[in-house]
Design a protein around this ligand. Sequence first.
Ligand code: 4AD
Length: 428
Amino acid sequence: MDYTINKLKKHLNETVELKGWVYNIRSIGKVWFMILRDGSGFIQCVVSKQDVDESIFALEESLTQESSVVVHGVVQEDKRSEIGVEILVKNIEVIQIAEEYPISLKEHGTSFLMDNRHLWLRSKKQFAVLRIRHAVIKAIRNYFDNNGFVLIDSPMFTGNAVEGTTTLFETDYFSRSAYLTQSGQLYQEAGALAFGKTYCFGPCFRAEKSKTRKHLTEFWMVEPEMAYFDLNQNMDLIEDFIESIISSVIQECSLELNILERDISKLQNITKPFPRISYDDAVKLLNDNGHEFKYGSDFGAPDEEKIASFYDKPVMIHSWPYETKAFYMKRDNADKLALGVDVIAPEGYGEIVGGGQREDNHDILVKRIKEHGLPLDSFKWYLDLRKFGSVPHSGFGMGLERTVGWICGTDHIRQTIPFPRTMTRLEP
Ligand code: 4AD
C-alpha cells in the first residue's frame, strides 16, 4: 500500500512506509525529531534510541536538509501537530544524502528565492499556496463541467488583438505575424454560438512593462461565454462561480490555509449576493470619501483598494464609460456606457474578473473595430458570428493567479504560479 502523509490519520497505530525528503532535524539527546515532507504534507518523525538500530540512530549526524529517505514507523496520535499524528520511527532507508541545500529555514531575500524557484517550491508556504492553486483549478473545472458548459480550447497563436495593441507579444509565424493570445474570448464567442455555454482555461500572454505586485507576462485565465446572457445574468453567474470556488477551497484546504495563517472567517463571508455598483457610483464613492478621482479613466491599484475598503465581499463595478473598454463591448441604449463588469476582490487584492456583454450587431461592430484602429481583415471570421444567428451574449475572464493570491493572502502574484514570468524573469 502507498501511504501519504495527508492520509495518515486514518491509519492510527499501523506500521507504514513513507517516501520523502528531510525538511528539518532537531535533537534532544536520546531522541531526535525529523520533519519529513512527501509532497502531500509534513510530519514529525520521532527517532528514539530505544526503538532503532544504532546505525539508524546515528543518521542524525549525516542526514542533511532535503536528503531523500524512506521511513518505516508506526502512526501515533500527536494532538499538538497540524495533522494530528506523528511517526514513531522503526527504520530509515537513505536514498541520497543531499548536498548543502541553498535554502535554509531562515529568511531569505525574494530575489534569491526566485532565482531558486525550482527548489523554493519545496518550502512549506509555497507548498500551501500551490496546493491551493490546484484546488482552485479543480473547483473551476467542476463548476463549469457541472453547469452545462463545454470546454472549447482557444488557440495560443492568434492573428487578433483582443485587449488592445500595447501588450501584444508578436512572433514570427512562417513569415507572417502572429500574436501570443491575450485572451481566448473571441474564440469562446464562436464556441457559445455553437454549444450554448463554453469555457476555455489556459495561459494568456501580455507584454506588461510595469513591475507591479499584480502583473505577470504569462498568467492563466478561465473564460466562460454564454449565449442568450445579458450583463445581469453574467453578474449572477460570476457571484455564484466565485462563491463556489471559495467554498470548495475552505472545505478542501484547511491545512494549507492554516499554514498560511489565513483568516478563514474573511473567506467564509464570501457568499452571494455581492454588491453591484455602477462606475458612476464608484467614482462618487471615491470622491465623497476624500479620494480624488477624475471621471472617465480606468481605476488604478490605489483606487481599487479604496473602493474595496468599503466592502467585505468582492464588489462588481458595471456600466463603464465606453472609452475605458475594449472594442467588443456592447453599449447601453444611450450609446455612452459599455455593458462591462470588473470584479474587485476584498482586502486590496485588486481586479480579479473582467467581462461584459458583447456587441452583437454586425455593422456596429465593424464601426468599433475601425474606431479602435484594428485591421478588419483579421476579424473577418469574428464578424461572421454576427451574420449567422447573432444573439445577445456575455462572458468574463477570471485571472487565476490574482484569485489564488487573494484566497491565500499572499502579497505578491509571483508566488501563486509555479514558474512566474515577468518582464525581468525568464529563468528558472
Ligand atoms: O480584464 P481583462 O483584460 O479581460 C479580458 O481579457 C477579457 N477578454 C476576458 C473575457 O471577457 N473573456 O482580464 C481578465 C482578468 C483580470 O481581471 C485579471 O484577473 C487577469 O485577467 N489579468 C492578469 N493577471 C495577471 N497578470 C496580468 N498581466 C493580467 N492581466 C489580466
